[in-house]
Design a protein around this ligand. Structure first.
Ligand code: KIV
Ligand code: NA
Length: 279
């Protein structure tokens, strides 16, 4: 497979072929996503919760994001990689954001960065893209701002907030973002934003009228214990938790019964050597 570049994404967009994107947080999760043919791999700060067990995404540090980006980058041969700028690494000033973005490219080894925010982040997006680093803008439900949004709620449900979303989308496009991620937005609104823009939209909980879709890998694989809350937009395509449980329980049972290790898993000494040794 040929490496996906910003031009490949443009071509998919022009052909109206949906762009596929999934998160990854380490070498194995990136390896499988890349081999499965994903166009884009996002090292999302959702890894704070799904891979590091943190309360929310605001807890994850720059160094931690860089470590995870690097391990994802090592496994990714074709997909276009995106690193999520963590909360606190880009909001203070465009210069701070550019410094963080440069670290993502140089140390994280990803191809582009994502940041949360619309119109108010336009100067920042412009600063980063002008330096030659592609930016994916994230609007709608922006989890890093959950305390200001009053939790995880669908955005753009009223006429006023839908207009604000459209305004944000235009502003980030104007600022040079190569695509816009729309999270938790009514399908009609996301479809209209997609129609109005001349760059791709990547949806998560934004209906099927977007130019592409993204899901959190751990969620869509079913790699979590039963009973966990899942947002409405998550489709469980697998049961990795169930498969892991089955395998680890089988291993435990076989160790207890001494069925494992069997002869085929065991090294033996030549018989003559052993009888010598036994003496
Ligand atoms: O952090 C993440 O995984 C994300 C996706 C939900 C888009 O930002
Ligand atoms: Na994120």
């Amino acid at each position: 497979r040929k490496p996906v570049t910003i031009n490949t994404l443009q071509t998919l967009y022009r052909k109206n072929e949906p762009i596929t994107m999934i998160t990854a947080h380490d070498f194995p999760s990136a390896h499988v996503a890349d081999h499965a043919g994903m166009d884009m791999i996002l090292v999302g700060d959702s890894l704070a919760m799904v891979a590091l067990g943190m309360e929310d995404t605001s807890e994850v540090l720059m160094e931690e994001m860089l470590l995870h980006c690097r391990s994802v980058a090592r496994a990714t041969k074709a997909a276009f990689t995106v690193g999520d700028l963590p909360m606190g690494s880009y909001e203070i000033a465009p210069e701070q954001a550019l410094e963080s973005a440069i670290r993502f490219i140089k140390e994280g080894r990803v191809k582009s960065v994502k940041l949360e925010g619309g119109k108010e982040m336009a100067p920042t997006i412009s600063k980063i893209t002008t330096a030659g680093i592609p930016v994916l803008a994230h609007i709608g439900l922006t989890p890093q701002r959950q305390n200001a949004l009053g939790g995880f709620r669908v955005q753009g449900k009223s006429t006023a907030s839908a207009l604000k979303l459209l305004e944000d989308a235009f502003a980030v496009q104007e600022a040079g973002a190569y695509a816009v991620l729309l999270e938790a937005v009514p399908a009609e609104v996301a479809a209209l934003v997609t129609k109005e823009l001349s760059i791709p939209t990547i949806g998560i909980g934004a209906g099927n009228g977007c130019s592409g879709q993204v899901l959190v890998q751990i969620d869509m694989l079913g790699h979590f214990p039963p009973g966990r809350f899942l947002p409405k937009f998550v489709k469980k395509y697998g049961d990795v938790w169930g498969e892991s449980m089955r395998a680890i329980q089988a291993y435990g049972t076989e160790v207890k019964s001494r069925a494992y290790p069997a002869p085929e898993h065991t090294y033996l000494m030549p018989k003559e050597e052993f009888s010598e040794f036994e003496k």
